[in-house]
Design a protein around this ligand. Sequence first.
Ligand code: MLT
Length: 261
Amino acid sequence: MRIVTPLGDFALDDSSRGLPLVLLHGFPLDRSMWRPITPLIRDGWRVIAPDLLGLGESAVRPAASIAEITDSVFAVLDAIGVHDRVVLGGLSMGGIVCFEAWRRYSSRIAALLLIDTRPNAETPEGRASRYESAAHIEREGPRIVADSMRGRLFAPSTSSAVQEEWFARIGVQPRVGAAACARALGDRADSWTTLETINVPTLVVVGDQDVITPPALANEMHAKIRGSQLAVIKDAGHMPPVEQPGSTASAINDFLAGLGE
Ligand code: MLT
């Protein structure tokens, strides 16, 4: 469905009934990456998965920031009448949006799901490389990001059909929006100190073969977030929801079942 907000028009999947579970996708992808697990999420939960600003079928702006992406997620929730606290989850860039959301919208967050993500800011070299990549995306399209992630995005055991499907999805993302997200990632704030302020139930999830945001990093995040849980998904790289939908959904379901107990 599409929704009009003061920050632009956004596309989202919304299963309509139950307690809100909001899932934010990675870069440069779109909400479709949650579809393999959505039907597996336990009854009683309403999965809301928007396309983030600049990606999928949502509004595109040539310049955007993680803060603006975060504001637009809450503008979407306002527009669909979700004013209660939500369980907020994000994969990689989606997790980076979760950190910003925790800094500015914590009163609207009941629990966090941090999936294959990282809390560090870029180094000056990392930022320069994001800006360079943004310029390449504008010239040649986001396919070049898919090419640069070959051999790193998925576990080697993930079927080539699955890998090619998602590389192809990266390739069709809007150029201007994907480039803006690359720059936003380059400019992102450090979130290590934010982790120590998290005081809602949190599940950290990581693929056991993720080489982009590896298990050691997930362990460090888990250690910093008081009372958090850690789920390591076997035979998954950076994209557990599409590589191992069954075990990823089951880790999320166990966590959801424990909320409110
Ligand atoms: C993602 O999945 O969002 C990306 O890997 C983020 C990144 O490039 O750091």
